[in-house]
Design a protein around this ligand. Structure first.
Ligand code: PEP
Ligand code: MG
Length: 589
């Protein structure tokens, strides 16, 4: 099948590879039939997977019950009940035994049956139970055979994952495999799966409706993460043109990687700070490898998302120390748990909300579980304690702060945690405390908030979605969720000026920090500290060397006079072409 589809480029670069389609999240249809003599072994394999799943759920229940609460843990009892339900397991067994289906195939069929059954109900509570069945099936399926291991075996060479959507925890799972590109039907440019793809330098396109109907496993797919183009089985001429582009992309990355030991400075000699956004120790190492000045954002929720149950205080302490040791300059800003929205774990934030991004997420969720939250704060304070011959500079920041009361509340919690650690005789450090500026209300009252915090980090991904009232995950409104829109530029200019006037350090850690067009404007606003996916640091360092404070201030002045996002984009594309033509391949529209 030959075709070209257009989506939203969410991670730059060009990739070619064989399609691997994920139809139902992590549970793929399998049509292979077993031979008669394989049936008993397959039944045993299924039983083993069931036993392991049961043991997982049991362990999860106990850990969550002791660390978070019995109510939150109850979900895992529900999952155990589903797993033990005879109608669930008898059907799977019967399909394996009587129809010689593989266990994976039978699970997929079961999920389909449940999906059509549940589709007929309007009851939201019942619909939520489908999510529980799906969770159990995915867990079982994971014990049968990890999906991507199979894909890597089945398809030789680089793989392009084609999926409805990828959840952050799934991108983490595919992290180090041979994935060269990602195409999804939904998701926006700052959805967390896109952020992860970018941090791994994997070109990605989202919002390609119906692509799963058009592509089948093994098709040759080209992903152009700059333009959003996706080509399916291109002719040989087009294929070789894209292979050439891909080589140029790799070459540019290699060339830029050579500037890792240079200090990041503007052409006029002004020092700037290029920090990294990380989710794991591997990312911290990547940040060191590209020559980042430190870590400006450690998204701690990934510790929870990838943990088999709940990380306790000691486990967190070990993890934070490991991050500190692996990070450039041993400088790390840790952000407390930021769950909800598109990042959920089953024992928290379970209730379905009409507007998850506007609802019970982030710091709001943490406040709701004070003991759980305090555990994290204690672990961070302990990680900040001086260690012999192990230097470290830790800062703590709180996401999605909306009001002054919230900051007062976290400060009181930090003070209480410190008193408790002192009483227990546990070493801890005194660390700077910052807020993430992500909510327009906080931008409006920035002067007031600055009086009570040590530093500010602008979370532009959220700030843009809230300012523009346009979901960052929804490709249908991505034309609105634009960091270069005039109102966003105006608010950012004001916030950065307020921080500079107050003499409080300010960093921007949203995705726009790594986008050439936005970077130029931010420098023009007087920002000198940026935090981004490690993958972007070499190119931004290169770009910075072409800029001066004065010239960017002029560019900003002109951009602020423009009326539409489109005009700003066109103007900035021209400026990038003029200032650093070699970086054009990384410039996303
Ligand atoms: C942001 O909102 O800009 C940010 C850095 O946080 P996250 O992307 O994790 O929401
Ligand atoms: Mg955010």
């Amino acid at each position: 099948m030959l075709g070209m589809r257009k989506g939203l480029g969410v991670s730059p670069g060009v990739a070619l590879g064989r399609a691997y389609c994920i139809h139902e999240i992590f549970v793929n249809p399998e049509t292979r039939q077993l031979a008669e003599h394989q049936v008993q072994a397959e039944l045993r394999r299924y039983e083993q997977a069931r036993d392991r799943t049961e043991a997982d759920l049991q362990a999860l229940y106990h850990k969550v019950a002791s660390q978070v609460g019995r109510d939150e843990a109850a979900i895992f009892q529900t999952h155990q009940a589903i797993l033990r339900d005879p109608s669930f397991t008898n059907r799977v067994r019967a399909w394996i035994a009587d129809e010689r289906e593989t266990a994976q195939g039978a699970l997929h069929r079961l999920l389909n049956d449940y999906t059509s059954l549940f589709a007929r109900t309007k009851d939201e509570y019942i619909k939520d139970r489908l999510a529980d069945v799906r969770d159990v099936v995915i867990r079982l399926s994971g014990h049968l055979s990890p999906m991507l291991d199979r894909a890597v075996k089945e398809l030789a060479g680089p793989i392009i994952v084609v999926a409805q959507e990828l959840l952050p925890s799934q991108v983490m799972a595919i992290g180090d495999r041979q994935i060269s590109g990602v195409v999804t039907q939904s998701g926006g440019r700052t959805s967390h799966a896109a952020i992860l793809a970018r941090s791994r330098g994997i070109p990605a396109v989202s919002g390609v409706e119906g692509i799963l109907k058009q592509v089948k496993n093994g098709d040759l797919v080209v992903v152009d993460g700059r333009t959003g183009d996706v080509l399916i089985n291109p002719d040989s001429e087009t294929e070789s043109a894209y292979r050439k582009l891909q080589r140029e992309f790799f070459h540019l990355k290699d060339v830029l990687a050579e500037n890792r030991d240079q200090r990041p400075v503007l052409a006029d000699g002004t020092e700037i700070e290029l920090l990294a956004n990380i989710n794991s120790v591997e990312d911290a190492r990547a940040a060191t490898a590209v020559g980042a000045s430190g870590v400006g954002l450690f998204r701690t929720e990934y510790l929870y998302l990838t943990h088999p149950d709940v990380p306790d205080e000691e486990e967190q302490l070990t993890a934070y120390r490991a991050i500190l040791d692996a990070s450039p300059g041993h400088r790390v800003t840790i952000r407390t748990l930021d769950l909800g929205g598109d990042k959920t774990i089953p024992y928290l934030s379970r209730d379905r909300e009409a507007n998850p991004f506007m609802g019970w997420r982030s710091i709001r969720l943490s406040f709701e579980h004070p003991e759980f939250f305090a555990t994290q704060i204690r672990a961070i304070l302990r990680a900040a304690a001086p260690r012999r011959r192990k230097p470290g500079h830790l800062r703590i920041m709180f996401p999605m702060i909306t009001t002054l009361e919230e900051i007062r509340r976290v400060k009181a919690m930090v003070a209480r945690a410190r008193r408790r650690l002192t009483a227990q005789g546990k070493a801890h450090g005194d660390i700077p405390l910052g807020l993430m500026l992500e909510v327009p209300a906080a931008a409006v009252s920035i002067e007031r908030l600055l009086r009570v915090v040590d530093f500010v980090s602008i979370g532009s991904n959220d700030l843009v979605q809230y300012l523009m009232a346009a979901d960052r995950d929804n490709p249908k409104v991505s034309h609105l969720c634009q960091p270069l829109s005039p109102p966003v530029l105006q608010v950012l200019t004001q916030v950065i000026a307020a921080c500079n006037r107050a003499g409080k350090p300010v960093t921007l850690c949203g995705e726009m920090a790594g986008q050439p067009r936005a970077f130029v404007l931010l420098v023009g606003m007087g920002l000198r500290s940026f935090s981004m996916s490690p993958a972007f640091i070499p190119s931004i360092k290169e770009l910075a060397a072409h800029l001066t404070g004065e010239q960017t201030a002029k560019i900003l002045k002109r951009a602020l006079k423009l009326d539409t996002t489109d005009q700003v984009n066109r103007y900035m594309a021209r400026e990038i072409g003029r200032l650093a033509p070699n970086l054009r391949i990384l410039d996303m529209g």
